[in-house]
Design a protein around this ligand. Structure first.
Ligand code: HSE
Length: 336
């Protein structure tokens, strides 16, 4: 056995019997124009607890969202992410007891799979810390992005607040692509007057299905409009909430996916028509609506208005919506 493999085996045996816990937030991505890049963290959390066992058993308990549907084997996303995080230090453990208390609704565009990935990696980080090792936030972002495939939900789940995450091809000093991609993130707090309300429908939609609906190309004029809106989204969220209506305007994804979430799309349009900033949350079908303290509608005033708009919809799929004010999470994933 090499020295490194020996050290990893040593660390694995030191982890037996250790328990770590993390709390990871829900997220809302895209926010209109920021497709695959913008996201905010929301104060709605999954709690995860992992204990390393001295047997090779895998025990998974799930309470709350997904308790009837999630796998109880090695394909569980938290288990996969945890194993990936430990593998960074060459550590492979056999037995695991995982407890998930899931409050983030699944398949609603609220980042439940990113929460599982970031949560699993954060559990791995906590375990590594117990044996004198670590994973940096940047490495957590890279690993989470690899597992998820796009960074817009994983970034706010890691860092909290408002994030703009991007992937770029790496070029060599001569400007030639090396074939590698990098991921990076800008993190900022959200203006304190901004008070989001989530409108969560009873039906779900998989991100895979929503991505199949995306066009291969979009008109240049639409891309140009989105570039302006996405820039204004940042200004609106950081310092000028009065720009939220234009800052949440999108022309490159929501329209193309409208048949996958007709009622949410109808609701979003109905709210926007009367000047209320609203966007599909992530790949949908939830809608995120922005109230602003001191403006016409804060979050409390917004709720009955949203309900009126829901009642005025010609609903296509007997959708029921749950309307809930939600705070912004400022910490991102953390150890409990
Ligand atoms: N940007 C993603 C999408 C959302 O719209 O498909 C989930 O990461």
């Amino acid at each position: 056995m090499s020295q490194l493999a020996g050290e990893a085996a040593d660390s694995a045996s030191q982890l037996v019997g250790r328990t770590v816990k993390v709390r990871v937030p829900a997220t809302s991505a895209n926010l209109g124009p920021g497709y695959d890049s913008a996201g905010i963290a929301l104060a709605l959390y999954d709690d995860l607890e992992a204990t390393i066992l001295d047997t090779n058993e895998l025990v998974i308990e799930v309470e709350g969202a997904g308790s009837d549907t999630l796998p109880r084997d090695g394909s569980h996303l938290v288990v996969r992410a945890l194993a990936r995080g430990l593998a960074e230090s060459g550590i492979q453990t056999e037995g695991l007891h995982l407890k998930c208390t899931n409050r983030i609704p699944q398949g609603r565009g609220l980042g439940s799979s990113s929460a599982a990935i970031v949560g699993g990696l954060a559990l791995a980080r906590e375990l590594l810390r117990q044996v004198g090792q670590d994973l940096t936030d940047q490495r957590l972002l890279e690993l989470a992005n690899d597992l998820e495939g796009h960074p817009d939900n994983v970034a706010p789940a890691i860092f909290g607040g408002f994030t703009i995450a991007w992937q770029q091809s790496v070029t060599d000093p001569a400007g030639e692509p090396t074939g590698e991609t990098m991921v990076d993130v800008y993190v900022h707090s959200v203006h304190p007057d901004i008070r989001p309300v989530l409108v969560i429908p009873n039906g779900d939609l998989s991100t895979e299905r929503a991505r199949e609906l995306m066009p291969a190309k979009v008109p240049l004029a639409d891309a140009a409009e989105n570039a302006a809106s996405a820039s204004l989204l940042s200004v609106a969220l950081i310092s000028n909430p009065e720009l939220l209506l234009v800052g949440t305007s999108d022309r490159i994804h929501q329209y193309y996916r409208r048949f996958a979430y007709p009622d949410s799309y109808g609701l979003m349009r109905s709210l926007r028509k009367v000047g209320i900033p609203a966007a599909i949350s992530g790949a949908g079908p939830s809608v995120i609506v922005f109230g602003v303290t001191g403006a016409e509608f804060d979050d409390e005033a917004l709720c009955p208005v949203i309900v009126e708009h829901v009642e005025g919809l010609e609903v296509e799929q007997r959708t029921e919506f749950d309307v809930t004010p939600i705070a912004i999470d400022v910490e991102g994933v953390k150890s409990l």
